[in-house]
Structures are given as C-alpha cells and as structure tokens.
Design a protein around this ligand. Structure first.
Ligand SMILES: Nc1ncnc2c1ncn2[C@@H]1O[C@H](COP(=O)(O)OP(=O)(O)OP(=O)(O)O)[C@@H](O)[C@H]1O
Ligand SMILES: [Mg+2]
Length: 342
C-alpha cells in the first residue's frame, strides 16, 4: 500500500483532531474527527484558526508558537468548547526552509468528568465522616473535662457518642457495598425468588418502626405472581432501603403501601407513601450518591444519602428499571421492575 494512502487513512480514522497550519496561521489541513467535534461544515482550508476554535488562550498560544517558529513543542493546554474538553499538543513540522504547525486535539471530556466525580466523592466522604467524628470528639472531651462525674450526663453523652459511631459505621458499610457493586466483586445471583414471600418478610421486619411512628403499613400483592430471576439478598436490601425511606419521610399517622404486580413481561414493585414528597427540582438527582433534599433532616434521621444509590445500582445490575413519582406534601411512589424467572 502506498505510504500516502496509509497516512490518509490514519488521519481519517483517528479519534484525535488533527490540524495543520501554515506559518501565517491559515488552515492547510483538518481531519474528519476535528470537523465532527467542532461542527465544521464545508471546506475550511485557507481560513484562519480563530474561525474554528474561539478559546482565547488557545489563539494566543498558537500566535506565540508561530512567532518563535515552534522552537519548543507545546503540550498540555486544555480548552473547553461548548462543554467538551480537549488537550492540545502543538508540533512544528519543518520541510526544507518551510515551517508548518501541526496540532493534535485529544478529547478529554470523559476524563474530566471522572476526575470531578472522584474529587466530589472524596470531599463528600470526608465531610460525612468529619461531622459525626467532630461530635464524638466534642462529647468525649466534655466528659473528660469533668462531665462524667454526673451519672445522668455521662449516660446521655455516651448515648450520643454511640449514635454517631453507628452513623460512621453505617456510612462505611454502605460505601463498601457500593464499591463492591461497582467493581463487580459481588456477583448477582440469578435464582427464582418469590416476591410475595420476600416483600412480606421485609415488611414484617419494619412493622415496629412504622407502628412506633403511627404509620399504617399495608400490602397489595397480586395472586399468581411469577417468580423473578433475582438475587434474594440484594432485593431484600432494595426493599429495606425503600421502606426505610417511606417510613422515615412520612409524618405520623401517614400510610405506606407496597404493591407487587405483574404485566407478564415484568414484575413491578411500587412503594407508595403519603409523606413529605420530593420537590420536582430534586427528583433528577435523587439517586445520586450523597444527594439529600434536606441534609440536616436526613442526617438527624441517621441517613448517609447512599440508600437510593445502592438501590439504583442493584436494580440496574439486574437489568431492571427504577424511578420515582413524587409531589411535595402529597407523597412519593418509588417503583422498580424485574424480569420473571424463565
Ligand atoms: N420516600 C421518600 N419521601 C421523601 N423523600 C425521600 C424519600 N426517599 C428518599 N427521599 C429523599 O431522597 C434522599 C436520598 O435518599 P437515600 O435513601 O439515598 O438517603 P437517606 O435516606 O438520606 O440516607 P440513607 O438511606 O443512607 O439512610 C433523602 O435524603 C430524601 O431527601
Ligand atoms: Mg434512605
């Protein structure tokens, strides 16, 4: 194969933008990937670079580079064009006395997104651990400063310390569950599960929590439900998280209902409550890790904001769907679907 054809095919197929400029900054060549990234239509040969990329730092760097005839290759400039990030590398190409500039634009939008997620995650975890830790330290210090001489104070403060220590330990447990789910270290079992029996047994476990708040817990379970192909332990965890939320975010005298129905192709579970509901603006983010409508309230109730992230992960791993319908002060219905066992 002819060398030129090979080079042309490489430039055409590569997933990096390529631009070649003449010494005056006019465009000599651009590859299709660049045209796609910057929505370029038609021939741009002969046009100036700022007709394609508007980032002012980039234009300046190109000018400097052209002026000193590319004495040093330039790597590391990052630009943001309409929410997409690119890393730019500039290389001089000399042929005889001629000098051209070659630019490689590698898209790094996904890398940036993951980097931000990681940063946010670390910041969130640190914050969530620091809050209970500060309380534990504060109460322990007060006790050591003489507070423990009074038995009532001693008991009361130890109870608070115990509560915060439990919160920290729950947070760590939830983080470990999430990380195992994400790294697929916890493979999903696919066994036939009887949802009537599973839902009844989980509901039995939270009956006291509901009764203590004066909440009526009821169930509507279809007769003749097919079994689902699922992981019993994981679905119990999903039901427990959803029921715990329904009870936590429903004021006294409210109602919580669990409905399990079948459409033939799917088994559907709805956990409906008459609680405080979720404002429309918060609904799209409700399944994100650490996202809580009212942080202080959730924290007071011992929450870490990881429950729904775990629910979403488990249901998606089982190829199901999960969503919520909710309106402030009217209540919420969290629903998910699972496939029937063959
Ligand atoms: N049934 C519900 N009614 C009203 N708001 C809810 C309901 N379920 C969840 N939410 C809102 O969604 C947020 C996230 O829920 P999630 O279960 O992930 O965390 P949490 O309940 O605060 O803490 P955790 O589940 O770790 O104990 C809650 O803080 C609350 O604001
Ligand atoms: Mg929860």
């Amino acid at each position: 194969m002819e060398e030129n054809l090979v080079l042309e095919a490489i430039a055409r197929e590569m997933q990096t933008g390529v631009l070649v400029l003449d010494p005056g900054g006019g465009i000599l060549y651009s590859n299709p990937f660049l045209a796609r990234c910057f929505s370029i239509i038609g021939d741009i040969r002969g046009k100036k670079i700022d007709a394609v990329i508007r980032d002012s730092d980039f234009i300046k760097a190109v000018e400097v580079f052209l002026k000193d005839r590319g004495k040093t290759p330039y790597d590391g400039l990052e630009i943001n064009e309409d929410g997409r990030f690119f890393n730019i590398r500039m290389v001089p190409v000399k042929e005889g006395g001629d000098f051209n500039l070659m630019l490689f634009l590698r898209e790094i939008t996904e890398e940036k997104r993951v980097e931000t997620l990681k940063k946010d995650f670390v910041a969130n975890v640190s914050h969530e651990l620091r809050t209970p830790l500060a309380s534990i330290k504060g109460y322990a210090e007060t006790l050591l400063d003489g507070g423990m001489d009074d038995r009532t104070t001693l008991k009361e403060f130890l109870r608070v310390i115990d509560k915060h220590a439990n919160r920290m330990s729950r947070l760590i447990d939830d983080l470990l569950v999430l990380s195992r789910l994400e790294s697929h270290e916890m493979p999903m079992v696919r066994e036939p599960v009887d949802m009537r029996e599973l839902v009844s047994s989980v509901a039995e476990g939270v009956k006291k929590q509901a009764a203590d708040k004066g909440i009526r817990l009821s169930m509507s379970l279809d007769e003749n439900l097919p079994k689902v192909a699922s992981d019993r332990g994981r679905i119990e965890q999903v039901m427990l998280n959803l029921l715990d939320n329904a009870i936590k975010y429903t004021p006294a005298d409210g109602m919580v209902n669990v409905k399990v129905s079948s459409s033939g192709t799917e088994i559907r579970v709805d956990v409906k409550d008459t609680g405080i509901g979720i404002p429309p603006g918060d609904i799209p983010r409700i399944f994100e890790r650490f996202y809580r409508v009212d942080k202080a309230r959730s924290r007071d109730l011992g929450g870490t904001g990881l429950g729904l992230a775990i629910v979403k992960h488990i249901i998606h791993s089982l190829n199901g769907r999960v969503w919520v319908d909710s309106a402030p002060s009217k209540g919420s219905t969290f629903s998910f679907t699972l496939k029937p066992a063959c």
